[in-house]
Design a protein around this ligand. Structure first.
Ligand code: ATR
Length: 380
């Protein structure tokens, strides 16, 4: 590149920086005025829905070459600065709280520190360490939660006893395999047919399932389980926990699946009606729940069912949380349905683990915040 063209381009960057500087300060001014209005109306600074809609707007309008995750990172800083400006007006410290619990803890564990972990393979993308460590820090509990990429599950269980890990989460692909390797299984975990939580009591390891409680609590955020009709799409492990939770709490379920044999096997185990995915247009219900991975990053343009059926439901739940608004949920909103993504279900199953392990109520709001923060700032 010639010197002339380099100078020209640098000049252009300077012009753009000048424009950006002006716009950022203008935005800050407007933000401060919003802070004053919030103070007058006694409103808090932090508004998750509003922030979510900003990120959605950016994702919709971003034409590149910057990736949406890169735009999110930049705007995360801009929004964070705006919150600080508004906090100065209102005297609310949510911003510093979210930042500090999302930060990496640098304190050194001691021999008194309780150790928890997650056994899975792979575990690199698990957000369980994030939510549990955030909760330990926030409540001042001397404990740490670590990811373990397990190749030998029996060895990991023996290691848990020897090293006195107080508890562990169990994730893919071990939720069923773990059942034969532990000392005791909770009756509901037996009925679900899967264990996602271990508790060490002396030398004895007990397995329980909190996935179904997470599912029920998530659904109850939209509509009561009891007395409503749920159409559950998918017949894997996640569907099992969802179906168990709904039927246990008095909801009615129709199971829908792509492969007839898999669907029928789960439907028969719980005494449910089964409908092949190709015939979903023939049925309706109060709430539709997707338990399949269809629509998960990177295949974000896909959805598991035809969008025409969505208007037959009051509510739609997707167990996917990456992206946190799947195409299914976007279409469901457009069809007038109430919606929930998989973050609630994930956080609530973790919150129940936390309560069982520590005897303390989990800080659910902050656990959700760190998940949103991670998804927005780190991208996918
Ligand atoms: P998990 O145990 O994590 O719930 P899984 O056992 O892989 O996951 O189950 C995935 C479910 O999603 C299955 O019911 C699967 O349908 P099949 O029984 O036909 O395999 C369903 N699923 C996966 N990909 C799908 C797709 N592209 N369209 C429809 N259903 C799909």
């Amino acid at each position: 590149m010639s010197k002339d063209s380099l100078d020209t381009l640098r000049c252009k960057i300077e012009d753009l920086d000048t424009a950006l500087l002006k716009l950022l300060n203008e935005r800050a001014g407007v933000s401060r005025r919003i802070g004053k209005l919030k103070a007058k109306d006694g409103l808090g600074i932090y508004d998750r829905d509003r922030e979510e809609s900003i990120y959605e707007y950016l994702a919709r309008h971003n034409k590149g070459p910057l990736k949406t995750s890169e735009i999110n990172r930049i705007f995360s800083e801009i929004i964070s600065v705006s919150r600080k400006l508004q906090s100065a007006v209102v005297g609310d410290d949510t911003e510093s709280q979210v930042k500090s619990i999302a930060a990496v803890d640098t304190s050194t564990p001691s021999k008194n520190t309780s150790v928890y972990g997650i056994f899975g393979n792979p575990v690199a993308h698990s957000m369980s360490p994030l939510i549990h460590n955030a909760a330990f820090r926030l409540l001042g509990i001397d404990a740490i939660y670590l990811p373990f990429e397990v190749k030998d599950l029996q060895g990991a269980v023996a290691g848990m006893r020897v090293l006195q890990l107080r508890g562990a989460s169990i994730t893919h692909p071990f939720k069923t395999k773990i059942i034969g390797l532990i000392d005791e299984i909770d009756v509901t975990a037996k009925e679900v047919g899967a264990v996602n939580t271990l508790i060490l009591d002396g030398d004895s390891i007990r397995g329980i399932n909190t996935d179904w409680t997470g599912a029920v609590r998530c659904i109850e955020g939209l509509l009561p389980v009891k007395g409503n009709h749920f159409v559950v799409v998918g017949a894997g492990g996640a569907a099992r926990a969802v179906v168990f939770g709904i039927t246990r709490e008095g909801g009615k379920v129709t199971l829908v699946n792509r492969t007839r044999d898999n669907g029928l096997a789960l439907a028969e185990a719980f005494g449910l009606p089964f409908v092949p995915l190709g015939e979903i247009e023939d049925i309706s219900g109060d709430c539709l729940i997707n338990t399949t991975p269809v629509g998960m990053y990177p295949d974000v343009a896909e959805m598991p069912i035809p969008k025409g059926v969505l208007s037959r439901y009051k509510a739609v739940v997707d167990i996917i949380y990456n992206p946190f608004k799947t195409r299914l949920l976007t279409e469901a909103e457009a069809a007038g349905c109430m919606t929930k993504n998989g973050i609630d279900m994930f956080v609530f199953q973790g919150a129940e683990q936390f309560r069982i392990w520590t005897g303390r109520e989990a800080p659910v709001k902050e656990m959700k915040e760190v998940v949103y923060h991670r998804l927005l700032v780190s991208g996918h």
